[in-house]
Structures are given as C-alpha cells and as structure tokens.
Design a protein around this ligand. Structure first.
Ligand code: FAD
Length: 288
C-alpha cells in the first residue's frame, strides 16, 4: 500500500527506519534484522542512504526492493542529492524502479567535510521537483521540530519546509526529539504556515551512552531534565540504560498517540529487540 494511502486509512501509521550495513561483507545481517522486524507489523520501513558517510549507498535500493518483494511491506527509500549529479540521481531512480520501489524520502544530505558539494541540486526541494518531473514516485521529506541546524531561526526553517511541500513532498518525517512539547509547537507552526501533509514523529530509543553524545552533537535536539537525569543515573549501567531508554521512548509514543499524532517513525538502529519491546508496548494504541 502506498504511504499516502496508509495515512488516509490508518488512525496512526507506525513505521521503522533501518540502515544498510556499512560494510558489503555484512549485508546478510540485514535480512535477519528484517525477518524479525516483519513480525512486528510495521506499516512501512524506510532505508537510509549513506547516512553518516558514504557506506551502504549502493544497497539502499536492493534492501528497499526486498522489503517489498520478500516481506510484503511498503518500502520508503531515502535518497540524497548534495553530492550527486542529475545523471547519478537518474541512475538511482532507474534502480529503484527496477526494484519496484515507489516511495522516496528525498533529502539534501549532509555536506561531507573536505568534499566540495555538487551544484546540480542545492536543496531537497530541488530533488523533489526533479523526481516529480520524471514521474512514477511518491515523495516524502524530512522536517526538524527544533529547526534544522543550519537554519537561522525556526520561522525561516518552516518557510523553507513549505517550499519543500509545495515542490511535491506528500508526507514529512521528523528528526528525532526528546521533548514532545517541541514537536507539538512545530506541528502548530507548520499548520499555520499552510503545511497540511501528514507529519510523522521520529522517535529514537536511546539505549547506549555513546550514541547519545554523537546524536546530540549531530542534530542539536534539546534534552529535557527528565532525560538528562535518566542518562546520568544509568550511563555506566548498560542494561539499566537500555531499559530506561526504551521506557522513555514508549512514554513519548503514548503521549504522542494520545495527542493525535498521525504517525510514529521508530529509528530502530537495526536493533530488532528494541523495536519489538516498543512495538509490543504500544500494540493496542496503534489500533486507534
Ligand atoms: P533541506 O530541506 O534542503 O534543508 C537544508 C537546509 O536548507 C535547512 O536549513 C533549510 O531551512 C534550508 N533550505 C531548504 N530549502 C531552502 C530554500 N529554498 N532556500 C533557502 N534555504 C533553504 N542524511 C543522509 O545522508 N542519508 C539519509 O538517509 C538521511 N535520512 C534522514 C531522515 C530523516 C527523517 C531526517 C530528519 C534526516 C535525514 N538525513 C539523512 C539527514 C539530512 O540529510 C540532513 O539533515 C541535511 O542536513 C538536510 O537535509 P534536508 O533534506 O532536510 O535538507
């Protein structure tokens, strides 16, 4: 089922994000991850494209294709443009078509240190317009409840988000956040700005201390006192931090669903055990 139809038919869409293994030799690990995720009944699964570096790009289309053909789940393939030419994007689109993938999360991508960005595409909205011209795909975009790190302020960021939706993004997936009130304020700003497409909340269960430091430096999500107290209490107790991080994510999701969120996008970090514990905890809430 297309992502647009999922949002039209379900009271809450529940989806997962996975990433291709960075090393080619580890590609087989993704199939066992997917076998375990499939049983949790996600509405769709997104596959990142070169997030955190160049690794795994060539596998995104293949994994997205398998999500559709082997597991019968709607795939959402991420695609970035900042380091690509039009020709390279056309090649990626051809590969996705061959794999029967119809939904793309079109992103600008991060500028890599020491790599001069290409000039064919400047923003995600350029990629969205370009793919729309080619036809045959439904497009999603990223959004940032606390503002993108490069945006001068949240109002400018929302104006830019509106351009992305006007270019053809039919669904938005949010950056991770730990403070639900930041997400609610963002959705309100987006609606005032005339953005009417479904906005899915991106939830990252924090299950190890190293991950937290890296994430916070990358995305600048604010950390509520309840969250920082949890980290400082359990950072040296891995099993306890895992339980606490999962409980925190469940608490966020319960509140989001109660407040009428249209979708939850769980950043699984390829950890089926974490995805299972969270999915089971909110199973009945997903039924509306
Ligand atoms: P854009 O929408 O282009 O925005 C980038 C900046 O430009 C923002 O500050 C925005 O305000 C500004 N801007 C946008 N349009 C205009 C305009 N017309 N005029 C002036 N300013 C403008 N990265 C990966 O490499 N691979 C992935 O798979 C991946 N998946 C992601 C999934 C999600 C859900 C999210 C939230 C992020 C993901 N990222 C991924 C990271 C993403 O590539 C970075 O956050 C990147 O810095 C911005 O991408 P974007 O598509 O949001 O860019």
């Amino acid at each position: 089922m297309s992502i647009a139809r999922l949002f039209a038919e379900k009271s809450v869409v529940f989806s997962f994000e996975i990433f291709p293994p960075k090393r080619d030799s580890s590609i087989d690990t993704i199939w066992s991850t997917l076998e375990q995720l499939e049983g949790l009944g996600p509405d769709f699964i997104s596959v990142t494209y070169g997030a955190g570096g160049d690794g795994g790009k060539s596998h995104t289309a293949r994994i997205a294709g398998a999500i559709r053909s082997r597991y019968g789940i709607t795939p959402l393939a991420h695609l970035t443009c900042v380091n690509s030419t039009r020709e390279q994007v056309l090649q990626s689109l051809a590969q996705l078509r061959e794999e029967g993938v119809e939904d793309i999360l079109a992103l600008r991508g991060d500028r890599l240190p020491g790599v001069e960005p290409r000039t064919d595409f400047t923003y995600a909205s350029d990629l969205i317009s370009f793919i729309r011209q080619q036809g045959g795909f439904s497009l999603s975009g990223a959004c940032y409840p606390e503002g993108h790190t490069e945006a001068p302020d949240t109002v400018t960021d929302i104006r830019n988000l509106r351009k992305k939706v006007d270019a053809g993004a039919e669904h938005l997936v949010s950056q991770l956040f730990f403070d639900n009130s930041a997400f609610y304020a963002f959705v309100e700003r987006a609606r005032i700005a005339g953005i009417t497409v479904p906005i899915e909340a991106g939830i990252m269960p924090v299950v190890n201390a190293r991950q937290i430091l890296r994430m916070v430096s990358l995305c600048g999500a604010s950390l509520p006192p309840k969250f920082t107290r949890m980290i400082s209490r359990y950072e040296d107790k891995p099993a306890a931090l895992r339980d606490a991080g999962i409980a925190y994510a469940i608490d966020q999701i319960v509140d989001l669903i109660a407040q009428g969120v249209q979708g939850i996008h769980l950043y699984t970090m390829n950890d089926p055990d974490v995805a299972r514990r969270i999915s089971q905890a909110v199973e009945n809430l997903r039924k509306g």
